[in-house]
Write a protein that binds this ligand. Structure first.
Ligand code: SAM
Length: 274
């Protein structure tokens, strides 16, 4: 897989790409990440990439011509042929479609992703219309530029590439993970989780020491009873999701048992003990 990132600050990517899973995936040849300095595609003495907005108002807007030339230099398919060629061009924008785990999975199945990082007030809209397949936002807040958002997308996508994670199950059994996948380890091996998270948030994790500053780990994790551990993890995943992201519960296929647990958790929340 190959990423091409168009930016006025290529130096910003030196850190995020050089550690951990990303670094390992690059070294192993699973992914190539190329950054392209937008100023190299300007033709004036001042290497101008921005201009004042039509209609007035504050700030500057990234001009379309350097971005057009940057994309042309990348030799990617024309807009109509990109999908079959497994190529896509993304414009980063606070007005974009939200970046989610399913979208990360969709991108992990392409072969080439071009990312345009905006700055200032944003990018001339004709770039979006003429050159881009998707407009993506990484969250409901405004960043000063697209570079950190691009690093977030590269990170989330690369860890889904086959071979990127030491244990491929890690991306199945985590927040927003695969649909309910029965845990084949149920009979003999140690439990990974009750099921694939099926869109729930991950359950809490604990490691040694069992006692830390007067706080012990939950009883259920101590006895080595796989069924008890699985039930506890499912309950905690439901609890975390109910507390932090109740909106997710409307989109998840829940079992009757899940619903009973949620009813009980809601009751306990509304009727806290003494
Ligand atoms: N005027 C824009 C608005 O109100 O939506 C904000 C522009 S922002 C200061 C500059 C650039 O940062 C954007 O063009 C975009 O590339 C990037 N950016 C800002 N917030 C983002 C977000 N939530 N997700 C992805 N990119 C973002």
């Amino acid at each position: 897989m190959r990423f091409d990132i168009i930016t006025i600050f290529p130096g910003l990517f030196a850190g995020p790409l050089d550690y951990g899973i990303l670094k390992r995936a690059r070294t192993a040849g699973l992914v190539d990440v190329h950054t392209h300095d937008l100023r190299n595609f300007t033709h004036d003495r001042h290497r101008t990439v921005d201009d004042r907005p039509f209609g007035g108002g504050e700030g500057m807007v990234l001009k379309p011509e350097p971005i057009y030339d940057a994309i042309a230099s990348l030799n990617i398919a024309s807009k109509s042929e990109r999908l079959p060629q497994k190529e896509t061009v993304i414009l980063l924008s606070a007005q974009g479609r939200p970046f989610t785990q399913p979208l990360a999975q969709e991108l992990a199945e392409t072969e080439r992703v071009v990312i345009i990082c905006g700055r200032y007030e944003g990018v001339d809209e004709r770039v979006n219309e003429l050159l881009c397949d998707r407009e993506i936002s990484i969250g409901d807040y405004v960043l000063s530029g697209g570079e950190l958002a691009a690093a977030v997308i590269v990170d989330a996508v690369v860890r889904l590439l086959p071979g990127a994670l030491g244990n491929p199950d890690s991306s199945r059994f985590e927040s927003f993970g695969a649909d309910d996948v029965p845990d084949e380890s149920a009979e003999d091996g140690p439990p990974r989780s009750t099921y694939g998270s099926g869109g729930l948030l991950d359950y809490p994790h604990f490691t040694r020491p069992a006692e830390f500053r007067g706080t012990s780990i939950p009883e259920a994790l101590l006895g080595g009873n796989h069924e008890v551990i699985r039930q506890w993890r499912r309950r905690m995943a439901l609890k975390k999701t109910l507390e932090n992201r109740p909106d997710l519960l409307d989109r998840i296929a829940l079992s009757d048992e899940d619903r009973e647990i949620l009813d009980e958790l809601r009751f306990l929340r509304e009727n806290p003990g003494p």
